[in-house]
Design a protein around this ligand. Structure first.
Ligand SMILES: [Zn+2]
Length: 449
């Protein structure tokens, strides 16, 4: 791994609400020096990367997605959560490991091209163990910092039998993954109930908490995404909300990340805060499925850590976190009918250090600080839609586009340089994904939903 120095960039370190022109020095994959102005000297053993005309900022953290779903962009539209989920789950009957690899690799490609350096893959369909293995292989081949949240379903009318597991079956497979990747700093694991209570029994929730504690794993779950899920928890368990229901099993905790959390009460926000749980806000997916508006402002005011996610492309339809940042900002403004209710810097925090914190990676990434791993992006702001710069935080959230990302570094390795991918073959990935998509849709057309 080479040593290098990035100079002349407008630096947004995300440690405080300031920006400055300066340089960042990278040694052995870590940030070794951050300074204003020009460096006093450059050494012979380091490459200089000129960041003129660019913002240098921490790589974006996509805290909740399902990468393979890029194969299912715009396939099931105009459906609310339950009928949509029935199709997404039903698809497990025809999904193969090859679909997971081709789709996930395209998802990774889109992520890197859009400045995402960390992805949390919330994995929930495993008709065979190889599906998880192939998703992990894609994430590793792409060079992304990855969290693989291997979740479990053990019940549910709309869940195909091939994806239901007993806790013992699932835990055995997760233990095998942990053993196989125990020395990887760039790939970590979580577990979780997929969408309680509609596809998880109370027994599973108890077992998941026990298993997570035994292996020091975080928990990822879809929580209170739509009103229908809250109605299910009321009907089946007599609880007022999903967070309240999960609380009795100790699922909300410091290392838990709850995707969506759209329909949560003030009391439940209190539980999130008190337990140190994080939320992944996925505004584009929530809008696409007509779920509702997550109480993000209220969560931030109460001090809940909020991250940002795209969710899968079957409900987004992209993996674009710039899009997601803008949507997150505008959605709260219109929802509260208050233009100042959320600040661009808060949204940027959600997409960087908020995500890193939610995934237990805040000592490694999420800000530009000496000692952290070098997960950095250069964003070209010298363009018609970005200039002139008056408020860089607002303009990264509201003006910049994923396609403005010029260079991406993960763990000190340049994975994209001036829009050229270092280790990935764009054309082959696209061709393979198109083939996988055609094959998958043909198989899907034979399914009855
Ligand atoms: Zn999801």
């Amino acid at each position: 791994m080479g040593n290098l120095i990035i100079t002349n960039a407008l630096i947004i370190a995300m440690t405080e609400r300031v920006s400055f022109y300066g340089y960042v020095r990278v040694r052995d994959g870590a940030i070794a020096e951050v300074g204003a102005g020009a460096p006093r000297e450059t050494t012979k053993d380091e490459e200089t990367l000129d960041g003129s005309g660019c913002v240098l900022m921490p790589g974006l953290v996509n805290a909740h997605t399902h990468l393979y779903q890029v194969l299912l962009r715009a396939v099931w539209e105009d459906l609310e959560l339950m009928p949509w989920l029935k199709r997404v789950y039903g698809c497990a009957r025809v999904l193969t490991p090859a679909h997971f690899y081709a789709g996930s690799l395209l998802g990774c490609l889109e992520s890197i091209r859009g400045g995402v350096t960390t992805v949390c893959e919330h994995n929930f369909l495993n008709p065979s163990p190889e599906c998880a293995l192939e998703t992990i292989r894609a994430m590793r081949d792409a060079g992304l910092r990855s969290v693989f949240a291997r979740t479990i379903m053990d019940t549910g009318e709309i869940v195909p039998e091939c994806t239901k597991e007993t806790p013992e079956q699932a835990f055995r497979l997760i233990e095998a993954l942990l053993a196989q990747h125990k020395n990887s700093q760039q790939l970590t694991f979580m577990t979780g109930p997929n969408t309680p209570p509609i596809n998880t029994t109370p027994d599973l929730l108890r077992e998941v908490r026990r298993f997570a504690d035994a292996h020091a794993l975080g928990i990822s779950a879809h929580v209170a995404e739509s009103k229908s899920v809250v109605e299910a928890v009321r009907r089946q368990h007599g609880k007022n909300g999903v967070v309240e229901f999960l609380h009795q099993f100790g699922i909300p905790a410091k290392n838990s990340i709850f995707a969506h959390s759209v329909h949560v009460s003030q009391d439940e926000i209190g539980i999130l805060k008190e337990t140190g749980s994080s939320v992944s806000h996925n505004p584009v997916s929530n809008m696409m499925l007509g779920d509702g508006v997550a109480p993000v402002v209220e969560m931030l005011r109460q001090g809940v850590n909020v991250a940002l996610g795209t969710d899968g492309a079957a409900s987004n339809h992209s993996q674009d976190l710039f899009d997601t940042m803008k949507a997150a900002s505008l959605l709260q403004k219109v929802h509260h009918q208050d233009a100042g209710v959320i600040k661009p810097y808060d949204v940027l925090r959600m997409a960087t250090i908020g995500g890193a914190t939610a995934l237990g990676l805040n000592s490694l990434c999420g800000t530009i600080e000496v000692g952290k791993r070098a997960d950095l992006i250069l964003v070209d702001i010298d363009t018609a839609h970005n200039q002139p710069i008056n408020d860089i935080f607002s303009q990264i959230v509201h003006c910049a586009k994923a396609s403005d990302v010029r260079t991406v570094m993960i763990d000190g390795a340049i994975v994209m340089r001036d829009r050229q991918l270092a280790g990935l073959d764009d054309r082959k990935i696209l061709a393979d994904a198109k083939l996988a998509n055609r094959e998958l849709l043909e198989r899907v057309s034979g399914l009855a939903f």
